[in-house]
Every structure is written in structure tokens, then in C-alpha cells.
Design a protein around this ligand. Structure first.
Ligand code: AHR
Length: 491
């Protein structure tokens, strides 16, 4: 198979907002307890954070980490996770039928984010709580005033404010599974008033309003319209969430799911622009795709997990090569839409539908999906430029024309380098790629394996990056592979 990518570095999509490489840690399963935090572990630092896990997270260079949920946030009382740890209450956690010890809360999490060179993206509880709690939490986190909640933070040992800049107005409030789910109008009013109050407390923050929990929600579209019509002037982003899966084992169809992500992004952007026009506003609402990933492997095993355990092994998907290719295609799609998608969070980061897995009391390993995410984060900083791909297509159950090659390109001005990220979706054929740009290939990294079902384990990393030698007239994208091709311009 042959393909050509036409690149003109003046054909700019957008400067990429680094926050497109964000991730997510929820108080769910073993994400926090037994994941990032495990006092007594061989690698734990004095505060109980696992250094082996932190080191691998640092390699990902994650700019923002959404916290503390997810569904968890809709029943969470943030005060439970502050102050002396021995006085914190142990509580029923109703989103995931677990027990929350509250050993970790915002006091600790914001410090851990610094340790891994990241920033908190904080969600407020608009389920069981509301605007009052949101303003109190914001004062606790961000203000330096001689007032009750800022004083409370100081008493808890944090003189300087945490200065959290990015806030989510609840989580998936349209989902019937959400504690205190809302109708579009109920949420729109609540989000508007909460946003107004939060910006009075700290005008420097940015706010993300909840969009639909996924593209197939019955109120998708109406929800976004209602929320944006009500909140347009007070919020900065609307959220998108979507998970993808392959329960029927149809790999070719699964590999095409990034086409659905692309149309989802375009539909939400169109709704936001329609409301902009309706309001005659100068302001553009951009998108925060703050939950995306593959999630389906663990669905059955999760049904067998007994309720009311501390840190049960929930949502522990073990990913294979085809999942890594899908994550690669989804990442490429986000970058090709980086004119509108400014924030995105791979959900999640450790143990729970995650690129990083740990054994409680044991080691840590990188799942297959770690690599496309890490490589994109490493080489995908700069300006997204249009990659026009000419290639064969195939037909599958959900789509008539799926390009075999999914690609994007990023121009890094300082290095005068273009990085092409490309997935070859063909399960059988390699692709000879012609890149229509003057330059020299300085590195070609390939992630692939023998079989699409190959997984990584703690002892055997079957799916990992390998450097291959290529020049511009001879680039081979192996079948079922994710590739990074770095080209120095003009050489
Ligand atoms: O990431 C797992 C869950 O998926 C989150 O808690 C929720 O927001 C979504 O439904």
C-alpha cells in the first residue's frame, strides 16, 4: 500500500494548547490508594507517594490532572479530605459502592501534582451540593484573604494558596447514574449561578461547563444548547466525554472510532458557534474533552466486585495493541481539532482505565496505550499544521470510508522540526509513505507487535517503541502500527 502526506507549514490549524495532554485521577478503585499513594511501599516517599509511579508519570509530562472525579465528585464533601488525617471521616462512596478513607484530599493532591510537575484541574460537586460549597472550596484553594476558608487552609499548614486555575462545574450531570443528575434546564441554571459566584471569588479562574456524558445520550445537542445559552458569558469551555470499546471483536470497525470522535467534536463546536451567533458574542467557547479513552475490558469483572471495600480493583482494563492504535488515532484526532479542543484528559492515569498499572505492594508497568500518549506528549508540542493524507480507504460496519492512514503533523519552531504522528490501520499491509515536504528524517519511532491482542505485563513489554532507520523517500509504516516521524525542515 502507498500513501502521501502533503504538508505546508503555513497551513496552520492552531497553536496547540499543552493541556491537550492532560489526564485524570479519580477517587475510584486503586487510582489513589495502591496507585499513586501507598505509604509503606518500598518506593514511597515520606508523604506516602510512590516514587516508581511518580517517575513514570513525569515521563508523560502531563500538564493538568483532573481531580477528584468523575462520578465520585457528585457525592463528595471536600472538607472530609482536609486537616489532620487521623481525624478524617471514613465514608460510604456511592458512585462506586466503595469506602472512601479520605486519607488523600486536596491538601495532599495539590502537593503531589507539584511533585509530578503537573497542575490540578479541580471539579466541584454540583450533585449533592452546589454553589455555596463551590465558592467555599475555591476560597480555600485560591484566596489569600483573612477569611474563614482561607484561614482554614492556613491552619491546615498551607500558608500559600494552591492557585488552581482550571475548574469543572460538576461532572456528567445529564447521566442518570450521577448522584443528583439534572435536566438540561436545571443544570444550566445551577452552572450559571455557580460560575457567576466562583468568578466573583476569583476572576482569574477558567471554568468548564458539563456537556453530555457521551455522544449517544438522549439529550445530546439539546443539553449543550441549553447550557451554553444560559452560561455563555460565565464559562470558558464546554466538556465532552467519550469512551470507545470493541466488545464484538471487530478490530477494523474499532480502529475507525476516531471518526466518531471527530464528528462529535465538530458537532459540539457547531453548537457553541450557533449560540455565539445567536448572542452576537465576541467570545468563542472552546472544548475540554476531559474524559477520553478505551474502556470495556473490565466491564464484566467489575460486576463481581463486592461493595464497600477500600480501593477495590475497579475498571482495571488491560490494554492490547489494538487499544494502543485506537488511542493513537484518538490523540491524532484531538490534535487535528486543536483549534477547538484546548484541554483533553486521557481518563484515567493509574490503575483505573489507565496507561500505568501497579501491583499494590509490588511493581509498576506501562500498558500499551502509554506509548502513543507519551510520544504525542513528547513530540506533539508546537503548532498543529494540516496533514493532507492521500491513501486507500476501507469499509466497515459503522463507516463507508475509513482511511487506512490516520495522521497529523506538528511544527516545532524552536527545533525547526515537523513531527508526523501516523497510524496504519491495515491489519495486513505495510504502507510506503511519501511525505511531501523538503527536509530530512531525524527519527522514526514505531510502536507495533505481532498480534493486535498482544498486551504488556509487569514482566514482558511486548508493545513498546522501537527506532527504525528511514529517509524521506523510504518511510515504511508497518501494518497495525503507531509511528512518530521527526523531520528537520529544509535539510
Ligand atoms: O472515568 C470513569 C467514569 O466515567 C467517570 O467517573 C465518569 O465521569 C465517567 O462516566
Amino acid at each position: 500500500m502507498k500513501a502521501t502526506i502533503h504538508i505546508n507549514k503555513d497551513n496552520v490549524i492552531s497553536k496547540i494548547d499543552d493541556r491537550i495532554y492532560g489526564s485524570f485521577i479519580e477517587h475510584l478503585g486503586r487510582a489513589v490508594y495502591g496507585g499513586i499513594y501507598e505509604p509503606g511501599h518500598d518506593t514511597a516517599d515520606k508523604d506516602g507517594w510512590r516514587d516508581d509511579v511518580a517517575d513514570i508519570i513525569k515521563e508523560l509530562n502531563v500538564p493538568v490532572i483532573r481531580y477528584p472525579g468523575g462520578n465520585f465528585v457528585s457525592g463528595y464533601n471536600w472538607e472530609d479530605g482536609t486537616g489532620p488525617v487521623e481525624q478524617r471521616p471514613q465514608k460510604l462512596e456511592l458512585a462506586w459502592n466503595s469506602i472512601e478513607t479520605n486519607e488523600v484530599g486536596i491538601d495532599e493532591f495539590q502537593a503531589w501534582c507539584k511533585k509530578v510537575n503537573s497542575n490540578v484541574m479541580m471539579a466541584v460537586n454540583l450533585g449533592t451540593r452546589g454553589a455555596d460549597e463551590a465558592r467555599q472550596l475555591l476560597e480555600y484553594c485560591n484566596l489569600d484573604t483573612p477569611t474563614y476558608y482561607a484561614d482554614m487552609r492556613r491552619r491546615n499548614g498551607f500558608d500559600k494558596p494552591f492557585d488552581i486555575k482550571l475548574w469543572c462545574l460538576g461532572n456528567e450531570m445529564d447521566g442518570p447514574w450521577q448522584l443528583c443528575a439534572k435536566t438540561p434546564t436545571e443544570y444550566a441554571r445551577l452552572a450559571h449561578e455557580t460560575a457567576k459566584i466562583m468568578k466573583l471569588v476569583d476572576p482569574s479562574i477558567e471554568l468548564v461547563a458539563c456537556g453530555s456524558a457521551h455522544k449517544n445520550m438522549p439529550t445530546f445537542g439539546i443539553w449543550e444548547e441549553t447550557v451554553l445559552r444560559e452560561c455563555y458569558d460565565d464559562v470558558d469551555y464546554i466538556s465532552l466525554h467519550n469512551y470507545y470499546g470493541n466488545p464484538t471483536g471487530d478490530t477494523r470497525n474499532f480502529l475507525a472510532c476516531s471518526l466518531e470522535m471527530d464528528s462529535f467534536i465538530k458537532e459540539v463546536s457547531a453548537i457553541a458557534d450557533r449560540i455565539k451567533e445567536e448572542k452576537g458574542s465576541e467570545k468563542t467557547i472552546n472544548l475540554s474533552f476531559d474524559e477520553w479513552n478505551v474502556w470495556f475490558h473490565s466491564n464484566e469483572q467489575d460486576k463481581k466486585i463486592a461493595p464497600w471495600q477500600i480501593a477495590p480493583p475497579l475498571l482495571e482494563d488491560i490494554y492490547n495493541l489494538e487499544d494502543a492504535l485506537v488511542v493513537g488515532c484518538l490523540m491524532i484526532t484531538l490534535l487535528n481539532n486543536s483549534d477547538r479542543v484546548k484541554i483533553a484528559c486521557l481518563a484515567q492515569l493509574v490503575n483505573v482505565i489507565a496507561p500505568i498499572m501497579t501491583k499494590t505492594g509490588g511493581g509498576v508497568w506501562k500498558q500499551t496505550i502509554y506509548y502513543p500518549y507519551m510520544l504525542a506528549s513528547k513530540y506533539g508540542r508546537g503548532t498543529a499544521i494540516k496533514a493532507d493524507v492521500e491513501c486507500d480507504t476501507y469499509e466497515c460496519e459503522s463507516y463507508k470510508e475509513v482511511p487506512y492512514i490516520e495522521a497529523c503533523s506538528i511544527y516545532n519552531e524552536e527545533a525547526n522540526e515537523i513531527a508526523i504522528l501516523a497510524v496504519n490501520r491495515s491489519l495486513d499491509d505495510s504502507c510506503s509513505l511519501d511525505v511531501d515536504v523538503a527536509g530530512k528524517v531525524i527519527e522514526h519511532i514505531v510502536v507495533t507487535s505481532e498480534n493486535v491482542n498482544d498486551i504488556n505485563t509487569i514482566d514482558d513489554e511486548k508493545v513498546h517503541p522501537v527506532g527504525v532507520s528511514s529517509d524521506l523517500s523510504d518511510i515504511i509504516l508497518p501494518s497495525k502500527s503507531f509511528n512518530v516521524i521527526r523531520i528537520r525542515i529544509g535539510d
